[in-house]
Design a protein around this ligand. Sequence first.
Ligand SMILES: *Cc1c(COP(=O)(O)O)cnc(C)c1O
Length: 383
Amino acid sequence: MSLHEDPFSRQSAERLVAQYGSPLLIVDAERIRLQYRRLGVALPGVDLHYALKPLPHPAVVRVLGAQGAFFDLATSGEVDMVRSAGIAPARCIHTHPIKRDSDIRTALDFGVRTFIADNPDEIRKFIKYRNRASLLIRVAFRSPDATCDLSRKFGCEPEAVAALLRLAAEHQVEVEGLSFHVGSQTATPGMYVQAIKTCRNLLQQAMQEGFALRTLDIGGGFPADYVVTSTPIEEFCAPIIAALATLAPGLRLIAEPGRYLVADAALAVATVMGRALRDEQWWYYLDDGLYGSYSGRLFDHATFPLEALCGGTERFPSVLAGPTCDSIDIIAENIALPHLAVGDLIVGRSMGAYTWASATDFNLFPKAMVLTLDRGRLMTEED
Ligand SMILES: *Cc1c(COP(=O)(O)O)cnc(C)c1O
């Protein structure tokens, strides 16, 4: 990266805003590659399926595809995106536990074979596709220490797995393994270790009953750095790797990282549209806010590092507000900022995951434009 200008530098942000307008989400292909490689080293022997949900953008899919990544799809829209990016269906699994028949067919027609189920109804949906699909049973492990506990909404109790395996066998629907997702932005690896232990027992029981399960999918949830930094990924994954090493050999191991691969790979750039002095505090109104890229403050409970790209060295407690006419549209209060003027830029870091993806065009303020830079060059649709 040293030969090229950092796409997140002040000069780069200013030049891109001058050329393309504001607000922007600047995505750095090289940072995505670094995260992908780093997680690959931390989780040796585990196939990394990028979950598109945190940043469903074709450039991200192409960058990861070129690295040899696998993909985790949950909707027909995500199927269409990887298909257009030229990703082989054999590299993809479909992980939504609850699907319409049309969603299953879209994925099957693309060529995806592996799907997720967590209840009897969902298994029965595959009876008519039993020659073309196999299933992972998603098991729920409640995760009180994850920022987003995903096991409240999906997954079966570990005790329910045996009955689901029997039901699938009765209908000749193939089950190839188990999956879980301990929750997103998980603070500690303990829940993965516990889940792997329980799955080891479930896999053994299944074997004793004559079911040959060959895959374990340990989901996503790997933590990224925000204002509060997380445990370094190598340290975070070490106990997970130790737990995986206790499993029977020959199992295919899968993870579904989303956030970890993309969070720090995007810089959000917004422009001060106007300002007002209220109760002796400066309020700066930006062209991006809680209904836009900063939607992650609400939906993802994330606190993004924010800074002004201009202004003097003295700092004053200030308020950063979004552009819409809604009063909840406030990004940060009591934030120390220099005096800013209309046209000055504010950047948010670690803005790649669950930000632009959940942005709306409420009030018809358009979502930020996404620009992907690769070693100093803007990626186009041909890259
Ligand atoms: C959202 C999601 C992911 C990605 O989770 P992260 O916490 O972003 O790593 C992976 N798998 C499934 C099934 C998901 O719903």
